[in-house]
Design a protein. Structure first.
Length: 450
């Protein structure tokens, strides 16, 4: 007898965060609970009716849509691109099923013992309580602008990016980007690419760019070469002491005072010095490490003595785990959380002890960096450092990986029809699955570096 027929009610899964990690949890879980292989697996297994279980997935997000965070450097340089980088949840075909519900709001508290979340609903600001069977924290990091837009609606975000783009276009005295981490580098290079007449200067306090990343010097030096090739000027090994805003209209709007005494005029100053912190303040403190990240087991289950830890999971940037925070990792962890939750649901029905999918303990540092028309990459197995327009195409395509991520998560596919149970073992569903497996294999290769 299929599991779906012996369960009393759907398992209720609450996912906080509707971005790479959260959507990967929801979509892979939908696949598995419909008896399909998880969409990232890329194998050709047929439908397995006995794996089918009814689920109700609730996704809570402060935003009204999926925002492609990787595309921020371009969204803050091109209005045309900004339109594409944020898709309202209601416009994502893969999520249009009665098994998925959205709540727009911010989680403020989690009662793990009662398995009850408190959400401050957007608009009304009222507290709403949501009961759940399984919980996934996928709310990532709180990032300052312009790494991420501060707006929470697509409409406001378009105004926010448009204002930034207008300011850059009007910056006759040039744009200064402070901080040559990955975000600063990509932001400076995209602005120079889109606004070639504007002088763009990248200032960094260390002698090498990407100084806080655990990556080989060869990669950092190559990245600097690409920055210069892209037409961005650099000032290294000096700190910005102060940014002074001019009160008069006859001089440049800003003057930047450097630690070596230099003063540089600018029409716009962008602060790209990394400012972020995990968003897990709604969780019990003992579920978190000293920096505020969620302590997890390799199976993505909470690794703390909170009540009902078995039912609580976390995925994506919010977790305390090795490796550079990357969207490929967030999606991978989302998939594993989905697989393990599905196993737990089945195990409770059938009374078996499952073997969980587990993350590798030591995730080596890896990165793909888009610098104008070219990209640099560095990663396992041998930390090969490579760069070029072909690397850009492979890792980012023409839109800073928006299409790659969209297709990898298969956000544009209509959800599989669940009923009737018997029709999907062969025929159309299997054909679609084979096609999607090929696609999944291709995208996984691309996403394996950053
Ligand atoms: C500018 C930039 C460029 C990047 N480039 C790359 C790259 O090239 N390659 C790469 O692999 N990685 C890149 N990254 C890193 C990558 O974007 C992150 O690793 C990835 O976004 C993590 O996904 P996530 O789903 O865990 O979290 P996020 O993408 O941060 O999503 C978290 C979601 O949770 C929601 N949320 C937060 N708090 C709450 C709350 N209290 N209640 C409800 N909802 C909440 C947010 O609105 C958001 O939708 C880049 C990051 C930045 C900032």
């Amino acid at each position: 007898m299929s599991a779906a027929r012996i369960t009393e009610r759907p398992a209720r899964i609450l996912v906080i965060g509707g971005s790479y990690a959260g959507l990967s949890v929801a979509l892979n879980l939908l696949d598995l609970c419909n008896g399909l292989p998880s969409r990232f697996t890329g194998n050709n297994s047929p439908l397995i009716p006995s794996q089918r279980v009814p689920v109700e997935i609730t996704i809570v997000d402060e935003r009204d849509g999926f925002y492609h965070l990787i595309g921020s450097p371009l969204a803050f340089a091109s209005s045309e691109y900004a339109l594409k980088a944020w898709t309202l949840f209601q416009d994502i075909p893969a999520l249009q099923t009665s098994a998925v519900k959205f709540v727009r709001g911010s989680i403020s508290d989690l009662d793990c013992e009662e398995r009850l979340a408190t959400i401050i609903e957007h608009g009304t600001q009222q507290s709403v309580h949501i009961e759940y069977d399984y919980f996934v924290a996928a709310s990532g990091l709180r990032r300052a602008a312009p790494s991420a837009p501060q707006a929470l609606s697509r409409k406001q975000y378009l105004l926010e990016t448009a204002e930034h783009i207008r300011a850059a276009e009007a910056a006759k005295d040039g744009v200064i980007v402070v901080g040559a981490g990955a975000v600063g580098i990509e932001m400076a290079a995209e602005l120079k690419l889109l606004l070639p007449k504007i002088k763009v200067t990248l200032i960094h306090s260390r002698s090498r760019i990407l100084s806080s990343e655990p990556l080989p010097d060869e990669f950092k030096d190559l990245a600097l070469k690409l920055v210069h090739e892209a037409g961005v000027k650099t000032i290294l090994d000096v700190r910005v002491i102060e940014t002074i805003e001019s009160k008069t209209s006859d001089s440049a709007p800003f003057e930047v005072l450097l630690s070596d005494g230099r003063r540089i005029k600018a029409g716009l100053v962008i602060n790209a010095v990394s400012k972020f912190h995990p968003t897990a303040s709604y969780l019990p403190p003992r579920a978190l490490d000293p920096e505020g990240y969620v302590k997890i087991k390799p199976s993505l289950q909470f690794n703390s003595d909170i009540p009902n830890a078995f039912y609580h999971h976390a995925a994506g940037d919010i977790v305390s785990w090795s490796g550079i925070k990357r969207c490929g990792t967030a999606m991978h962890q989302g998939q594993y959380a989905a697989i393990n939750i599905h196993k737990k649901i089945l195990a409770q029905i059938c009374g078996i002890t499952p073997t969980y999918k587990e993350l590798a303990f030591d995730v080596p540092p890896m990165m793909g960096l888009a610098v104008g028309k070219k990209a640099a990459s560095c990663g396992p197995p041998d930390h090969t450092v490579t760069a070029g327009e072909d690397v850009m195409q492979l890792f980012f395509g023409n839109d800073l990986a928006l299409t790659i991520c969209w297709n990898y998560m298969r956000l544009g596919d209509a959800p599989f029809k669940v009923e009737p149970l018997s029709t999907s073992v062969d025929g159309e569903d299997t054909k679609v699955d084979t096609l999607s497996s090929q696609r999944a294999n291709l995208y996984m290769k691309r996403l394996s570096v950053r």
